[in-house]
Design a protein around this ligand. Structure first.
Ligand SMILES: *Cc1c(COP(=O)(O)O)cnc(C)c1O
Length: 243
């Protein structure tokens, strides 16, 4: 996309195609499309793209870097911001209260810091626990066997609300079908969520599925899909940077 311009309303067209994909995937597993929320991941794109998303009714938008989320939140009002990328503890203060949902909580020290920052800010912060279901060393997320401990720790923190789990599956091999490759990882996350939910009914959300594998994610029960390319086209190069 040329910088800042949704020439020809491409976002609206892509949104239509995306909604059809989600509806078809929901139909195949007898789910209601309203139960799958789209978070548009706008990383690398300028704030004008976030406004264009708002114009077509996409209010849930995600960024992977805290500094981008904070800068865009200052420029673009009315967005429900999601942090989907790695969070260092020294950036926790910036996102608390600005992000409606932090998807990437994957260690005890980060839970403790977020809880402290939320307390200082006097806000409730909703979070997901990110799980590295594939054990991929290149991906963030806790090992699956730590999931319940982290959920429990975050639940015990006064100002945090644990809403569910998130994962990014390992990248598929070059010739593989991304949906087929991701299916077992998504099923694993769902099983972990089901296990957590038996003790803690509020642990409900499953943030999983991106542009190439959302069908498998919906089939496995995703309640949130995080979509970049399929809505916005290729990432900007060079990426947009906050001033
Ligand atoms: C970039 C990103 C996405 C979106 O990826 P696409 O393949 O472009 O849809 C989703 N989740 C996370 C965590 C991301 O960083």
């Amino acid at each position: 996309m040329s910088r800042g311009v949704d020439a020809g309303g491409r976002i609206a067209v892509r949104l239509e195609v995306l909604r059809e994909r989600i509806e078809a995937a929901c139909a195949r597993s007898s789910r209601a499309p309203e139960d799958v929320r789209v978070v548009a991941v706008s990383k690398t794109h300028p704030p004008a793209v976030n406004r264009a998303l708002l114009d077509v009714g996409v209010t849930d938008q995600g960024e992977s870097r805290p500094q981008d989320l904070v800068a865009k939140a200052a420029e673009v009002a009315r967005v429900r911001w999601h942090l989907v990328g790695r969070l260092q503890r020294n950036k926790a203060r910036d996102v608390v209260g600005t992000a409606v949902l932090v998807h990437s909580v994957d260690r005890a020290s980060l839970i403790d810091t977020l809880a402290r920052r939320a307390e200082e800010a006097g806000v409730e912060q909703a979070v997901l626990i990110q799980v590295n279901v594939g054990g991929d060393p290149a991906k963030a997320g806790c090992p699956p066997e730590q999931t319940l401990d982290l959920v429990s720790r975050a639940r015990d923190a006064a100002r945090l609300e644990v809403r569910g789990l998130m994962t990014i599956p390992p990248a598929p091999p070059p010739e593989a079908d991304p949906n087929e490759h991701a299916a077992e990882h998504f099923a694993r996350l769902r099983d972990l969520r089901d296990e957590a939910r038996r003790s803690w009914p509020e642990v409900r959300e499953l943030s999983m599925g991106m542009s190439e594998d959302l069908e498998a994610a919906v089939a496995a029960g995703a309640t949130v899909v995080r979509i970049g390319t399929a809505l916005l086209g290729p990432r900007e190069d060079p990426p947009w940077e906050p001033r």
